[in-house]
Write a protein that binds this ligand. Sequence first.
Ligand code: 8YV
Length: 323
Amino acid sequence: MLGKPVVLVTRTLPPAVEERLRGDYDVWLNRDDRPIPPEDLPALARRLGAQAMLVTPTDRLERGVIEALPNSVAIIASFSVGYEHIDHNAAARRGILVTNTPGVLSDATADVALLLMLGAARRASEGERLVRSGYWKGLTPVQLLGRHLHGQRLGILGMGRIGQALAERARPLGLEIHYHNRTPIAEDAAKGAIFHATVEDLLAVSDVLSLHCPATPLTRKLLNAERLALLPPGAIVVNTARGILIDDEALIAALNSGQIFAAGLDVYDNEPDLHPAYRSLPNVFLLPHLGSATIETRTAMGFLALDNLDAYFGGREPPHRVA
Ligand code: 8YV
């Protein structure tokens, strides 16, 4: 291979990441950072002679797009831990490698899960809106009373890296940790967290439920009306994983009825076009997919994506290959 490998980068990345890209690759950067329509990506890759693509969850690379990619594309590196936006089976059929960026974002995402848990329980966004509105008339003994988290049971659905990082943060707050996972995790990692063999068993003991499982055909709308009804009355729901895990209509109805006290959401089905009802519900703390949004974490994610590319173009197995 004569020149530097050609890499098509679909979104603007942190400065240090783009600098490393420019140094090691013949890189095409999306200067105006507007999402490129997925159907336009194959033609762009062909025009550039791209050997690699560095994409984000805003790039839907479904089967049709993957099958239309030029043969020059050998690897798709995702700037994310989640990779449901890439049809990795179609990629595997074409012999195209797919990689992700796990681990480096666990702390930042767990911090946001904790922020949402505290914000929802203590009605932070209502309070913040009241103060900003100019209509706050001062302290009253019964104003915006929230829920105490100390002594409550936190149910973690998906006890992977991010779920365990949240447990680390919640224990000192006096929350009792419960979890469901396909298999129990090692005792030393669980640190006393109580395993529940079924989702339903976990829901029954979750005063606060936090979702940390990947978006797959099996987890699509996993939190539906039947399952929401299993939560203790007045429970709190937190989601920093993927919006498609929740049946929006069901959650909105439960928030309206008070069956669910409050929710803290960072991700949404079909984001950014989230279900409009969420915007007018007072008892929902809404964030715009900020899970990993720190300069340190996003730079580390970019470097991990580049480590995957460096390994591949160096003839080695990428450290975080998912297909
Ligand atoms: C990122 C994410 O915000 O890693 C993921 O799966 O959803 C987030 O960490 C996103 O990937 C940024 O592009």
